[in-house]
Design a protein around this ligand. Structure first.
Ligand code: NDP
Length: 243
């Protein structure tokens, strides 16, 4: 029977590539987007040219009511959810002392609350069939912390805590929960870096390159197939941080 996957934030960047990889492996993908309707439609058309149907659904995953509607839509249409990829995220680059409560709410709700609430809404359907795979797209900064990105680092460290604790709680229902912690990946989230900045960063990366979205998508594919990995934070960063 066809597997059903929800990928949040799939209109662009890493999420878009994850959606493509899963869809090309005969998984029915529900690709969520929020603001980028045009890009989501382009993703749908690109896959249609390969005779693959992907469902695109608008939802702001920082809001419980949108999440409930998204999950309800999937259950009514497909009757089950096998895979959840919590990928939607935003960055924030500011001095800590300039951060406001609004910044806190925006970053934490988009990056962390979304993974909490999406998981809460989806898990009952996974428990019913005693099978499921949740993948949280975290970050290297959730492990080592980033200057000028304190809120972002908090949100990703929180995601790693969610991953570990939830893996223990729902492991007995055969639901695997893992994080992928990318290093620097070529997407628009890094647009603020100059060419010179990027060259300098590359010098600190043993594999001497910035990551590509497919480097992350390949790991998602592997986690979906795997049966015995849970509660792990998998670093994919070209060796930028080795612990
Ligand atoms: P992009 O900015 O390229 O894409 C972000 C995606 O998240 C978009 O599809 C956007 O959808 C979606 N999104 C943002 N807010 C919401 C929301 N409220 N509801 C639904 N979707 C939302 O970023 P990346 O692809 O680089 O990032 C993807 C994930 O990977 C993020 O969680 C990021 O933190 C993480 N990451 C990225 C790294 C990198 O170097 N690129 C490194 C480490 C982690 P839309 O445009 O439709 O609103």
């Amino acid at each position: 029977m066809e597997k059903i996957a929800i990928v949040t934030g799939a209109s662009q960047g890493i999420g878009r590539d994850i959606a493509k990889h899963l869809a090309r492996h005969r998984i029915k993908v529900i690709a969520n987007y929020n603001k980028s309707e045009r890009e989501a439609n382009e993703l749908k058309k690109e896959l249609e040219r390969e005779n693959i149907q992907v469902d695109i659904v608008k939802a702001d995953v920082s809001k419980r009511e949108d999440i409930k509607k998204l999950v309800q839509y999937v259950i009514e249409k497909y009757k089950k959810i096998d895979i959840l990829v919590n990928n939607a995220g935003i960055s924030e680059y500011k001095l800590f002392t300039d951060e406001t409560d609004d910044d806190w709410n925006k970053v934490i709700n988009t990056n962390l609350y979304s993974a909490f609430a999406m998981s809460q809404e989806v898990i009952p359907y996974m428990i019913q069939k005693k099978d499921g795979c949740i993948i949280n797209i975290s970050s290297i900064w959730g492990i080592v912390g980033a200057s000028m990105e304190v809120l972002y680092s908090i949100s990703k460290a929180g995601m790693n805590g969610l991953t570990k604790a939830l893996a223990k709680e729902i492991g007995p229902s055969n639901i695997r929960v893992n994080s992928i912690a990318p290093g620097m990946i070529e997407t628009k989230i890094n647009n603020r870096f100059s060419k010179e900045d990027i060259e300098q960063i590359k010098e600190d990366i043993p594999l001497e390159r910035i990551g590509k979205t497919e480097d992350i998508a390949r790991c998602v594919e592997w986690l979906v197939e795997d049966r015995y990995t849970t509660g792990q934070i998998i670093s994919i960063n070209g060796g930028w941080n080795i612990v």
